[in-house]
Write a protein that binds this ligand. Sequence first.
Ligand code: ADP
Ligand code: TRP
Length: 324
Amino acid sequence: MRILTGIQSSGALHLGNYFGAMLPAIQLQNEGEAFYFIANYHSMTSLTDARLRRQYTLDVALDFLACGLDPQRCIFWKQSDTPEHTELAWLLSTVTPMGLLERCHSFKDKAARLGDEIGSVNHGLFAYPVLMAADILLYDSNIVPVGKDQKQHLEVTRDIAIKFNHLYGDTFVVPEPRIREEVAVVPGLDGQKMSKSYGNTIEIFGEEKATRKKVMGIVMDSRTPEEPKPDAEKNLVVQLFKLLDSSEGARQEELLRAGGYGYGNLKKAFFECYWNYFASARERRAELAANLDYVNRVLDDGAGKARAVAEKTLKRAKLACGLD
Ligand code: ADP
Ligand code: TRP
């Protein structure tokens, strides 16, 4: 069984990335052949600062490895080291109906946020799901662990694979999404989906003081500590708490429900839990950051292994459509 996922290098990774994609990917390392990559080509659709891209790419590598990605058990690399992705994306784009891409929520949301300014909505943003389909199909992936926001993109991948297979003969494996319901959408500090692009994140490796301040600053309702809070299960911090520690999260919920327990206490307890949860990963991250040669070697080795697979699949696709 092949498992594949990608994470864009477009900002510091956060609890949404961790619970939605990274932790499932880390756990799946033991269940099949795992292919995990840093989607730095995709990051070009929203980030145009070369220095930042380089920085974020390294950050994603450090974050993912520190959180438990094991290079002995998975292939981990940078997307731009396997340019087969962009070549396959062209082949796939010729069988992708425009309407399929026009219907993508992610494109519509991003385009709406960027507004009408000429040139702000680039073609890469529109074609994003086709490149993502190429990422997935190049490795004959069976399972793709992602958060719910990527479900539609996976449906596009499946449609493209089916269409290509229909037109040119059986070439690609049609993949399945793997979305865990309990972490399908991790909420951000403002209650919307936690996302790098909404500025509402709790970073996995945020700086202590700044993150404490962020947590203590989460806006809640104006009920006094004494008041019982019968709707405590809807509380954002309770929800995040349960992801980190389900039994302690449930206990905090009961404390709020009973009354005599304020939001300040809850936030303090949450911060402590978060800080301890990532303590050993934080240490590992510092060790990795002091040993960048090792990190670069992991990515280079990964690229070599990924490329061997990607070349074969691309060749198969080119043969199928009469290019070779
Ligand atoms: P962002 O939205 O912050 O830019 P990415 O698009 O790079 O994050 O997402 C990387 C992975 O993390 C994807 O699989 C995505 O589904 C998952 N993910 C991102 N945010 C969340 C969230 N709030 N809840 C669950 N999964 C998420
Ligand atoms: N689009 C994904 C995201 O924004 C990242 C990604 C790129 C991806 N290629 C992929 C995820 C292939 C899974 C498989 O989160």
